[in-house]
Write a protein that binds this ligand. Structure first.
Ligand code: FES
Length: 291
């Protein structure tokens, strides 16, 4: 998985968390403002009594007398003075619907949303990282590059084209030897690449798994661990390796080399020598013995 995609996913998750936080904060602020704007109990009582008639015979009435007066008026049988104006309606009591959600609900929803977003971001990053076909790395079909450019680089440097992401080497395969390769059962799955002039070799030594480097002087692969040697197309030439280098199916589509690293194809048996390429100079690894 490209690290930039992981960062992008993390950024999106972070933005989501910030949005949830801001949303929850805004809702809470609205609710608090609604509470602040609402009249207090004292203000409501005052508003209620402002329009009430004063009981007859009383220049000034106590609170209890006012309450009694209101109750009698509501029942319609009170002996009170005729009001000059109809009483103003009492302010409607505040409820949760008017205020939106409560603080507790905002907090709970924020926590749930945060948890869900975090899980989603983490899950997406994991899937993207573990899904090889998305990454174009080892375990998937890889577009290595243009055949012409790869072959030119190999000829210039006198060494295989190495692709670390695919853990593989690309070397030219002599197309005139493809007919001989057809007789080797182990090559049946890689013939398409040979006919296109390409062999894709797994970097791992088939003896005990060391990465096999290229020896520029001998023009062979020579393993530093126990001295196994393989020629340019990965056919075993010496050392304890039980077969030639393992490889991948390769093809050339529209001039581009495609290597399928989903399947590692076991190398050819000892004694296979379709190209006849012998050592072209001193070996990089000391003298080895055939096993
Ligand atoms: S691991 Fe390469 S020769 Fe042993």
């Amino acid at each position: 998985m490209d690290s930039s995609i992981i960062f992008l996913l993390a950024f999106v998750a972070l933005m989501g968390l910030m949005f949830v936080f801001l949303f929850a904060t805004a809702r809470r602020r609205d609710a608090e403002r609604a509470l602040d704007d609402a009249p207090t109990i004292e203000e409501r009582a005052e508003a209620a009594t402002a329009h009430l008639p004063v009981p007859v015979g009383h220049a000034s009435a106590s609170g209890r007398e006012l309450e009694r007066s209101v109750a009698l008026q509501r029942r319609g049988g009170a002996q009170v003075a005729t009001p000059e104006a109809p009483p103003a309606p009492l302010p409607a009591p505040l409820d949760e619907e008017a205020l939106g959600v409560t603080r507790r609900q905002v907090l709970n929803r924020g926590i749930v949303a945060t948890f869900a977003l975090t899980l989603t971001g983490f899950g997406t990053a994991c899937v993207a990282m573990l899904w090889p076909s998305l990454s174009g790395g080892f375990g998937s079909k890889i577009r290595v590059g243009k055949l012409d450019e790869i072959m030119e680089e190999i000829a210039d440097k006198k060494e295989p084209f190495y692709l670390a992401a695919g853990r593989l080497y690309i070397n030219p395969y002599p197309t005139e030897d493809a007919e001989k390769a057809k007789k080797i059962t182990a090559y049946s799955a890689v013939l398409e690449g040979y006919e296109a002039g390409v062999v894709a070799l797994y970097q791992k030594c088939v003896h005990l798994g060391c990465r096999v480097p290229w020896c520029k002087t001998s023009q062979w692969f020579e393993c530093p661990c126990h001295g196994s040697q393989y020629n340019r197309v990965g056919e075993k030439k010496g050392g304890p390796a039980p077969r030639g280098l393992d490889r991948f199916a390769a093809s050339v589509e529209g001039g581009v080399v495609i290597v399928d690293t989903k399947t590692v194809i076991p190398g050819p048996p000892i004694g296979t020598n379709t190209t006849g390429q012998e050592s072209e100079g001193p070996h990089c690894i000391g003298a080895t013995s055939e096993h």
